[in-house]
Design a protein around this ligand. Structure first.
Ligand code: FAD
Length: 403
C-alpha cells in the first residue's frame, strides 16, 4: 500500500514522509510532553498548544491548507499519514475545530476580511475554537437547530443553547449554526456565525462524561450581539457549510493510529500477564482475539487509504466517510473491550486522578491500566459524536439502495 503517491501539491514519497514523522516523534518531542506521553497523562491546553505550534514550525500543522493560506497544499493521503503516525506515537490530539473545520470553511466560503482576521490565529494556535452545532433538541436531526439570531442593524442578537460542546471551556470562539429565518424546509434559514465567547451573555457549564473528565459543555447565549460581518456565507445558507464540516469530521474519526497503538498495548499486556503458569499471549483465546482485531485494523487501514486515494483523484462516494466512521469507532471499542477483559479486576478500579499531572498515589494493576480504562469509557462516545453510527448506517443504506 505504500510507495510514491500523488498528493495535492504533487507527488510525495509516503515511506520517506512516514519515517520523517516517526523520527520527529521519537527525537523532537519536548521532554515534559514526552514524559506525559510515557505516563499516559491527560494533556492540558498548554500541552496541546505547544505541540500544535511545534508541528506548525515544521510545516505540518496546516499542511493540507492551500499554499495561499499558509499550508503546503497536501492531499488527503499525506494528511492521513501524518495523523496516523501522530496518533500511533500517543501525542496530543490535534484540536480539529480550528485548523480542520472552521479554517477550511473560512478560506473556502469566507470573505477576504474574515480570512485576514481569523486564519493567522488558527494557524498559530493563538485562537482556540469550538463547534456549536448540537442542541438539546438537535443532534442527529441537525436541521432542527433553534438557537435564533435576529438581525438588528449591523448585528445579530443571538439566544439559545448549544450542548456537548467539546473543549468550550478552553475556547475563545465558537462557530455556530443558528436559525435566522423559520422556513418550511428546515435546512433553509440556517446561518453560520463566528461568535466571541467573551461576549456579554455567554455562559459555559461543564458536563462530566463517564470517564470523569471535563471535555464537554453546555453553552448558553442570552441576547449575544454578533456583528453581521462575522457571518460566513450568505444568510440562510449555513446548511451547506455544515455539510462541508460534517464530511471532514467523519474522515478524522477513523483514528487508525490510535487503534494501532491500542492494539500494540493489548499485545504487550498479553506478553506481560499470566494465565496460570503461561503467558497470556500463549493461550488460544488471546491469540484468536488479537488476530481478529489485527485483520479488522488491516481492512480499515486499506479502506481508509483507498478512500483517500479516490479523494485525491476527485472521486469518492458520499457514503465512504460513513463506512470509515462506523468501522473505525467499532474497532476502537472492540480493542478496548478486549483490553479491559484481560486486565481483569484492575479494569474495575477506575482512577481518573492518576491521569492528571502531579499524581503520586498507587495505581491498580499494570501501569497502563488507568489510561486504558479511561480510553475504554470515553470510547463509548466514538459511535455517537460526528454523527451516530445509526445515522451513518442510514446514509450507507440510502446510497446503496439508490434512495
Ligand atoms: C463526547 C461528545 C463530544 C461531542 N462534541 C460535540 C461538539 O464539539 N460540538 C457539537 O456540536 N456536538 C458535539 N457532540 C454531539 C454529537 O454530534 C451528538 O451527540 C450526535 O450527533 C447525536 O445527537 P444526540 O446526542 O442529540 O442524539 P439523538 O439524535 O437524540 O439520538 C439518540 C439515539 O437515537 C438514534 N437515532 C436518532 N435518529 C435516528 C435515525 N434517523 N435513525 C436511526 N437512529 C436514530 C441515534 O443514533 C442515537 O442512538 C458531541 C457528543 C459527544 C458524545
Amino acid at each position: 500500500m505504500e510507495g510514491e503517491r500523488q498528493g495535492g501539491a504533487g507527488r510525495f514519497d509516503e515511506q520517506a514522509f512516514r519515517s520523517e514523522v516517526r523520527e520527529f516523534c521519537e527525537r523532537d518531542i519536548p521532554d515534559d510532553l514526552s514524559a506525559k506521553i510515557r505516563r499516559h497523562e491527560y494533556f492540558s491546553k498548554e500541552d496541546r498548544v505547544q505541540w500544535q505550534r511545534l508541528l506548525h514550525r515544521r510545516g505540518w500543522f496546516v499542511g493540507d491548507w492551500p499554499v495561499a493560506y499558509g499550508g503546503a497544499g497536501w492531499g488527503p493521503t499525506q494528511r492521513l499519514v501524518l495523523i496516523e503516525e501522530l496518533e500511533r506515537a500517543g501525542t496530543p490530539w490535534l484540536t480539529h475545530f480550528g485548523f480542520s473545520f472552521v479554517g477550511p470553511v473560512i478560506y473556502t466560503f469566507g470573505s477576504e476580511s474574515q480570512k485576514a482576521r481569523y486564519l493567522p490565529g488558527i494557524r498559530e494556535s493563538q485562537t482556540w475554537w469550538c463547534q456549536g452545532f448540537s442542541e438539546p433538541g438537535a443532534g442527529s436531526d441537525l436541521a432542527s437547530v433553534s438557537m435564533f439570531a435576529e438581525r438588528v442593524g449591523d448585528h445579530y442578537v443571538v439566544s439559545g443553547q448549544k450542548t456537548w460542546t467539546t473543549m468550550a471551556q478552553w475556547a475563545d470562539k465558537i462557530f455556530c449554526l443558528v436559525r435566522t429565518q423559520r422556513c418550511e424546509r428546515r435546512q433553509q434559514g440556517i446561518s453560520f456565525l463566528l461568535i466571541d465567547l467573551r461576549s456579554p451573555g455567554v455562559t459555559i457549564r461543564p458536563i462530566r462524561t463517564i470517564d470523569g473528565i471535563h471535555h464537554v459543555n453546555e453553552v448558553f447565549l442570552d441576547s449575544v450581539h454578533v456583528p453581521v460581518e462575522d457571518r460566513v456565507g450568505e444568510e440562510g445558507e449555513g446548511w451547506n457549510l455544515a455539510r462541508f464540516i460534517v464530511g471532514r469530521e467523519r474522515l478524522l474519526v477513523a483514528e487508525l493510529g490510535k487503534a494501532r497503538r491500542l492494539l500494540d498495548q493489548f499485545a504487550e499486556l498479553g506478553r506481560s500477564l499470566k494465565d496460570g503458569s503461561r503467558a497470556l499471549c500463549d493461550t488460544v483465546p488471546f491469540r484468536l482475539r488479537l488476530a481478529q482485531l489485527e485483520v479488522k485494523l488491516h481492512t480499515l487501514r486499506t479502506s481508509a487509504y483507498s478512500i483517500a486515494a479516490d479523494m485525491e483523484r476527485g472521486k469518492g462516494g458520499e457514503s465512504d466517510a460513513s463506512l470509515l466512521k462506523i468501522r473505525g469507532s467499532e474497532l476502537q471499542q472492540a480493542i478496548l473491550d478486549a483490553v479491559v477483559s484481560v486486565i481483569g479486576e484492575s479494569g474495575l478500579a477506575f482512577q481518573p486522578e492518576s491521569l492528571l499531572a502531579g499524581f503520586s498515589g498507587v495505581t491498580h494493576g499494570p501501569s497502563m491500566a488507568p489510561a486504558l480504562v479511561f480510553d475504554h469509557l470515553y470510547s463509548r462516545a466514538t459511535s455517537i459524536y460526528g454523527g451516530s453510527n445509526e445515522i451513518q448506517r442510514g446514509i450507507v443504506a440510502k446510497v446503496q439502495l439508490g434512495l
